[in-house]
Write a protein that binds this ligand. Structure first.
Ligand SMILES: [Cu+2]
Length: 109
């Protein structure tokens, strides 16, 4: 291994460490035009997730999920924090209880 390659690997390790730590444990979700953005949200399994959910619509929404056992009002224009997990690997459906066709899911892996 050349010295340059070693430096590159150390650099990569240094970059990926903090980036993983940052994305692990938190995620953001937006309700806009009665759709979840993104409709599929990947989060790390096995740890508590801080979900920041913003309702960008001018009408109230309600984040609800039987699988995640959460129900939280999302006033128009507000951001609400919802804690979920630690989750086993898998898919977890959620929807807007005021607009049940507004659906999405978390993928824990
Ligand atoms: Cu409800």
């Amino acid at each position: 291994m050349t010295r340059t390659a070693l430096v590159f690997i150390l650099l990569l390790a240094g970059i990926s460490g903090p980036t993983l730590a940052q994305s692990g444990g938190s995620a953001t979700l937006v309700v806009r035009d009665h759709r979840f953005e993104p409709a599929e949200l990947t989060v790390p399994a096995g740890q508590k997730i801080e979900l920041q959910v913003t309702n960008a619509d001018s009408t109230p929404a309600e984040f609800e999920s039987g699988e995640l056992r959460r129900e939280k009002l999302l006033p128009p224009g507000k951001t609400v924090t919802i804690y979920v997990g630690p989750l086993r690997p898998g898919q977890y459906e959620f929807f807007d209880d005021f607009h049940p066709s507004t659906r999405g899911h978390l993928v824990a892996r």
